[in-house]
Structure formats: structure tokens, C-alpha cells
Design a protein around this ligand. Structure first.
Ligand SMILES: C[S@@+](CC[C@H](N)C(=O)[O-])C[C@H]1O[C@@H](n2cnc3c(N)ncnc32)[C@H](O)[C@@H]1O
Length: 458
């Protein structure tokens, strides 16, 4: 094992669910079941579009070739909805694979035949055997986590069945990497700075995650940006998992269904998204549009466009065109989304060896150019090739950035550009970039340009 790994995190290291928490879980489940009971009536009485509102693909109730008791996602819902103590006490271990695509009980990418098979028999001795050697995800996590400051590292709670390698106090496994990947993208693209600036201006930010899985990304972001009103909009069948996991692991926060919680988490059934009022600073969709029909993607795109106003939409989805089948749509969501947003910033991974991202291709969409480049977040601009990258000066229309031994003046309105892979990191590209060996060097180049501009006849 690597020197950094200090043993394993096993089930014995997870505290058990208390009776009080178990009763809370029952209450959460009761609320979700009543929401599902009234879904048809709600859709009918509000004259909503059923094709958009009802679960499709993996979560669809309408697959005549396959009875419901053979469909893993609905089976999962039925299992958790029974609120059995042993199931809730291992909630993360059981539901994780359905959302992150990876089974911690088998230590592999999940396939349909593995869903819900062996969690009941999993023991610490079996897990110790499986975890004898750290896997690639563990090493990927080390590389990824080391690229961000400590406060941006996701540390999953040792509760409800979290297991893995203990690296510097963090329970590391595929899922820990998977969520860290998203945090790195947020950090490096400047989204966290963008949110912090808005918190400084308005005291709070509003975040909406569409398709929140079991809630881990929501929890991680809430820790980094506590002054946030965090909404999860999802199929009620999945909201059961996120509302349970978050209520139990984030008892420090307020939790509401449908009606917003100002500083806490709100769980909103997907078909009620039309009822949302006001603007959101950030809308997130990660590996979720890729589970939806084209009609659902288009409807969400229209809604998100209105909801963000001057905010941003972070979207990361896989290209499913080669794996479409009876349960999965074969499309590439970003090709549909791009029809709805005039501005797009493609995000690159700054960890050089990790070109393939587990969550797919990340993009930031907006209704107008949004300058997310600030200070430390410049690292992404250079494709992770450089050691020292930071903002040293705000010079009118330009940001001046130190890149190892050079200085670069970047036109602010360009937003994010990958100088490294564009090959423009080596030479001036007026009026967009000026490269120099000192700050004064680039400032004088920028000034010369401005002087020339001023001499032009108006
Ligand atoms: C593969 S999981 C990804 C979950 C989470 N984003 C993550 O990265 O762990 C897909 C998510 O999309 C949600 N989803 C599927 N259809 C949806 C719909 N029509 N509206 C909202 N969410 C939906 C699922 O319930 C699930 O939470």
C-alpha cells in the first residue's frame, strides 16, 4: 500500500443509526410516498405534460417486456421505501451504485446483474479482502485531491455504510473520487469564486441541482458554500434516497419538501419544477440529462435558461450515443443543450494525466458571457501544465496572470480559454493576450494598445 494510506474504513468504523434517526427516516419515507400517491392527480389538475413529468428509461414504470419486480431501479425504491432498519443503516452502500454507477460491494463498475445482489452478505472480513490493494480510483483521488486546497476536499461521513481506504483521514473509494472530480472542476473553473462573490454581495446564493442522486454533491457544495439555499429536483423515487441520506448525514441543516428552506435543503419533485419562482445563481446537472428522453432534456433546457437569468448552468454528461439500449437513451445531451444557450465555456481537467472524466464532458452554459476567471482558478486556463499560476493584477480590461516565470495579460471578456492546448501561451495574440517576462512588460504592451485605440477617430 502507498505510504499515504492508513488502513481501511470498514463497516465497523461506521456509527449505527440511532432509534431517533430511524424514526426520522420513517417520516421522510411517509412524505415521499404521499407525494408519489398524489403525482397523477397533481399532473392532471395542473394540466402538465405527462411525457416530461413521468419517470422514463431506467426509472420507467412502462416497460411491458419487463415486470416491475425485475427492474432494478424500481426494486431499489421498493426496498428502501419499506424502511427496514438494516437497509437504512447501510443506505449509502446499497443505493450508491444506482447513482454513481459503481458498486463498493463488488469494487467494479456496476452491471444490471450486480444491482442489489450481495450487499446483505457483505461483511468486514470480505471487504478487507476486496480492499487489500488500493485500486485506480484511490490513486486518481490522491492526484485530484492534491490539486485543490484542503477546504475543497470532499470527506464522506462514516455513516450508513461508507467504506474505503483511509487516506489522510478521508474514506476514499470510487465515489469519493467521483464527487472530488466535480469539486475540482468547480474550483478550477472559478464557480466557487463566482458563488463566494455572490454571497458577499447578496448574503446567500440559490443553487438548484437537477437529478441529485443520493445527495453527496449537494452535501459537499453546502459545506464549501454554507450560505446557500440548495434545491434538489428529482424523480420522487430518487428524492427518497437524497432526502434520507441528507437528512441523516446533515442534521446540522434544515430540510424541507417542496416549500423552500432558506438556508437548508429543499426536495422538489421533478414535475413541480414549473412552480419554482425567482432566479438561481447556479443550476447543476451531472450524469442525469443523459438518463432522460430528448423531450425531457429540451424541456429542462428551456426552464433552466429562464431560471439562471444572469447565473450559470454547470452540466456534465456522458456521450451515450454508443450505448443506447432498452433502458438508456443513446444521445449526447450537450449537443441538445447547446441549442438553448448563447454562451458556453468548456472546462478542462487540470490534472494532466486524467484526461477522461468519470462524469463526462463538463460545460458551463449561460445567457451572457460570464467572467469566471479569478486568481487561483486560472490554473485551468493552462491545461494544468504549469506549476505557478495566479492572478497578480487587475488591469482595466485585462487580468494579469503569473505563469511560472512569465506574465500574461488576458482580456477579461474572453472568459475561460485554454491557453495551453490552444498553443497561444507562447506568443502575443493581440488584443487577447500579451506575454512578457515581467508585469511591467505586459502592462506596457496593454497600454500601447490602449493608446492606439484612443488615437482612432471616433
Ligand atoms: C446517474 S444518476 C446521477 C446522480 C448524481 N447527479 C450523481 O452524479 O451522483 C441520474 C440522476 O438523474 C435523475 N433523473 C432521471 N430522470 C430525471 C428526470 N426526469 N428529472 C430529474 N431527474 C431525473 C435520477 O433520479 C438520478 O438522480
Amino acid at each position: 500500500m502507498s505510504d499515504l494510506i492508513d488502513g481501511l474504513v470498514l463497516l465497523k468504523d461506521n456509527r449505527n443509526l440511532s432509534q431517533k434517526e430511524f424514526l426520522q427516516a420513517k417520516q421522510v419515507c411517509k412524505t415521499i410516498l404521499s407525494i408519489i400517491d398524489s403525482r397523477d392527480e397533481y399532473i392532471k389538475s395542473n394540466k402538465l405534460d405527462r411525457e416530461f413529468c413521468m419517470p422514463s428509461a431506467l426509472w420507467s414504470y412502462l416497460n411491458e417486456q419487463c415486470p416491475i419486480d425485475k427492474r432494478p431501479f424500481l426494486k431499489l425504491f421498493n426496498l428502501v421505501a419499506k424502511v427496514d432498519y438494516d437497509v437504512i443503516n447501510r443506505l449509502k452502500l446499497i443505493v450508491g451504485p444506482f447513482f454513481t454507477g459503481y458498486s463498493l460491494s463488488h469494487l467494479c463498475i456496476i452491471s444490471e446483474s450486480l444491482f442489489l445482489t450481495s450487499w446483505l452478505f457483505i461483511s468486514d472480513s470480505k471487504l478487507s479482502e476486496c480492499l487489500a490493494n488500493p485500486d485506480d480510483w484511490c490513486f486518481r483521488w490522491m492526484q485530484t485531491a492534491s490539486a485543490v486546497p484542503l477546504q475543497y476536499i470532499y470527506n464522506p461521513p462514516r455513516f450508513l455504510g461508507e467504506i474505503g481506504w483511509n487516506v489522510r483521514g478521508v474514506a476514499v473509494n470510487h465515489d469519493t473520487y467521483y464527487f472530488q472530480e466535480a469539486l475540482n472542476l468547480f474550483y478550477e473553473s472559478g464557480i466557487f469564486d463566482f458563488l463566494s462573490d455572490r454571497v458577499a454581495d447578496a448574503g446567500i446564493v440559490r443553487i438548484l441541482e437537477i437529478g441529485g442522486g443520493y445527495g453527496a454533491l449537494a452535501s459537499a457544495i453546502k459545506t464549501i458554500i454554507p450560505n446557500s439555499e440548495y434545491w434538489i429536483c428529482d424523480l420522487p423515487e430518487s428524492l427518497l434516497m437524497s432526502s434520507l441520506w441528507l437528512t441523516l448525514t446533515r442534521a446540522d441543516n434544515d430540510h424541507q419538501f417542496i416549500k423552500g428552506s432558506h438556508y437548508g435543503f429543499t426536495y422538489l419533485p421533478n414535475y413541480m419544477i414549473h412552480s419554482l419562482e425567482g432566479k438561481f445563481d447556479l443550476v447543476i446537472n451531472r450524469l442525469s440529462l443523459s438518463e432522460m428522453s430528448e423531450h425531457q432534456i429540451r424541456t429542462y433546457a428551456q426552464i433552466i435558461r429562464t431560471l439562471i437569468g444572469e447565473g450559470i448552468f454547470f452540466e456534465q454528461n456522458c456521450d451515450n450515443r454508443n450505448i443506447g439500449g432498452h433502458n438508456i437513451y443513446g444521445h449526447r445531451a450537450e449537443l441538445i443543450i447547446e441549442e438553448y444557450f448563447p454562451c458556453r465555456q468548456v472546462i478542462k481537467n487540470s490534472v494532466p494525466d486524467l484526461l477522461m472524466m468519470r462524469g463526462g464532458n463538463p460545460n458551463i452554459w449561460s445567457n451572457q458571457p460570464v467572467n469566471l476567471c479569478k486568481g487561483k482558478t486560472y490554473s485551468r486556463l493552462f491545461g494544468g501544465r504549469y506549476k505557478t499560476i495566479h492572478l497578480v493584477k487587475d488591469q482595466g480590461d485585462y487580468n494579469i496572470v503569473q505563469v511560472d516565470d512569465s506574465y500574461v495579460a488576458c482580456l477579461k471578456e474572453l472568459g475561460h480559454i485554454d491557453l495551453g492546448s490552444e498553443g497561444v501561451g507562447q506568443r502575443d495574440l493581440p488584443p487577447y493576450f500579451y506575454i512578457g517576462s515581467s508585469i511591467n512588460d505586459v502592462i506596457s504592451k496593454v497600454k500601447k494598445l490602449n493608446n492606439k485605440k484612443n488615437m482612432l477617430p471616433i
